[in-house]
Design a protein around this ligand. Sequence first.
Ligand SMILES: Nc1ncnc2c1ncn2[C@@H]1O[C@H](COP(=O)(O)OP(=O)(O)O)[C@@H](O)[C@H]1O
Ligand SMILES: [Mg+2]
Length: 228
Amino acid sequence: MSEPIIAVERITKQVKDSTGTLTILHEIDFQLPARQSVAIVGASGSGKSTLLSIIAGLDTPTTGRVRLAGADLFDMDEDQRAAVRAEKVGFVFQSFQLLGNLTALENVMLPLELQGRTDARVLATDMLKRVGLGERLRHYPKVLSGGEQQRVALARAFVVQPAVLLADEPTGSLDFATGERVMELMFELNRETGTTLVLVTHDRGIAARCDRQLRIEAGRVDLATAAL
Ligand SMILES: Nc1ncnc2c1ncn2[C@@H]1O[C@H](COP(=O)(O)OP(=O)(O)O)[C@@H](O)[C@H]1O
Ligand SMILES: [Mg+2]
């Protein structure tokens, strides 16, 4: 058996405030083989976004380990984690997080430039064409619709062909048809480039299309979904 690309081992996340300690995640365990897709589902406030941030190494757990493409994320310092992220991980958040002072093309070129690629312009242009935005290269985010911005965000995440794509309700703020298109694109790119998908979603149809579903309830994995 090859090593899973994502291994989450007994992750607990607690936060303290004046009223005491709140446990947001409680001993979460799961593994995902490369090229697969998992939908993380569960009620609002159950801990899905916190879990995704920890898998990304953007937030730190109170206890537990995450191995991502062989790297033990919380054995590393910030710089090492950032390097793993830049090399292996793409993100799509609900709020697109595009840079407003850069054009669509420049937004998509950025992660390639950070990797020192000299072919950034060509690759970014190709990826924007693939998401149907070939006519929008020089447009700034503020003149693009929500669906178009989300597709730019998707192009930016996919252009480096990350081993893992983490998406937090990527269609949550889109109308149905646009959401379907964005999702179609994610699965297409998953098939073509073998990118592992971790999708937080409320959409049952999308969840059903993933290889697995992991249900989080009040910070715990629903055992009915744990062994899948
Ligand atoms: N830094 C924090 N401090 C205190 N509470 C937090 C913090 N981050 C998240 N929470 C709480 O943890 C719970 C889970 O949040 P979240 O992971 O955003 O849930 P979901 O994405 O499933 O809606 C919520 O009750 C939220 O208010
Ligand atoms: Mg959330």
